[in-house]
Structures are given as C-alpha cells and as structure tokens.
Design a protein around this ligand. Sequence first.
Ligand code: SF4
Length: 150
Amino acid sequence: MSADANPGPSGVPAMPTAALDGLRELYAELSRELAALAPRCELSGRCCDFKKSGMTLFATDLELAALDASTPLRAGGDPELCPWWEGGLCTAREGRPLGCRVYFCDATKSAALDLLSQRYHDRLKRLHEATGATYHYSPFVRRVRELASP
Ligand code: SF4
C-alpha cells in the first residue's frame, strides 16, 4: 500500500495519492458511461433539495478529500443542505461525489442508473482496499460540516 498522502487541510483526513488518482479515473470512466446512457437532466435543482426530497446523500472521506482539493470544504448555513447548492444549482461540479454524479430524475433511466451506481460504488470500495485509503462512508452534509469545522 502506498504511504504517500496528500497533505490534506486540517479536518480532512490525508489520503494516499494512488487513491486520489484512482478516484479521478473512476469519475472519468463514470462520466463516459453517463454520456453513453444520456439520462435527462432538467436542471431543476430538485435532486439537491434534501429538505424536500428527504434524501440523505452518502460519501466516503476519500471523496471528500478530492472535493476539498477542488473546492475547499465549508460548513454552509443550513445544516440540512449542501453548502455548494446555490440558487438551485451545484457550484462544486468538478469535485462532487459519486452519489451526486449518478443521481438524475429521469425515470426512464432509473433502473440503469441504479445498476451504474451500485457498480461504481463497488469499484469505489475496491479502490479503498487496493490503495489503503480508510473507508469511512457517512452522510455527506453532516460529514462536510464536521470536517470543515474541526
Ligand atoms: S455537491 Fe453539488 S450535486 Fe452534490 S448535493 Fe451539493 S450541490 Fe448537489
């Protein structure tokens, strides 16, 4: 296992460089599969309105380390909402976690998206195992707030 790690600002666990590189590749492959599947996005912003949907988004600390590298973690105002959800739009698209990337409200693609989500989450777990990154999978908004306010 690689002992190399990104420096990691305070609060964000340091992660092996190989894990961060692997995550970038995983996201890139997912992006290509999503382009082929072409689920519809109406830019309604409903998917990020956790208060209305009642959904809880989960992510791993490795994903939060990658997000932090592109958009530093911040606590935000409302403890139930994602701090990057502004004006109904995502302002952290480059670093957003897997759960955000595979969620679309296109009902015609929901079965395929569920399978894609499961397959990539399995890959994400294996990436942690292969690189020695600690697997900590927890509610996204709560964990971002914890790590942004150590
Ligand atoms: S990171 Fe972006 S897509 Fe994910 S919940 Fe926040 S605003 Fe929505």
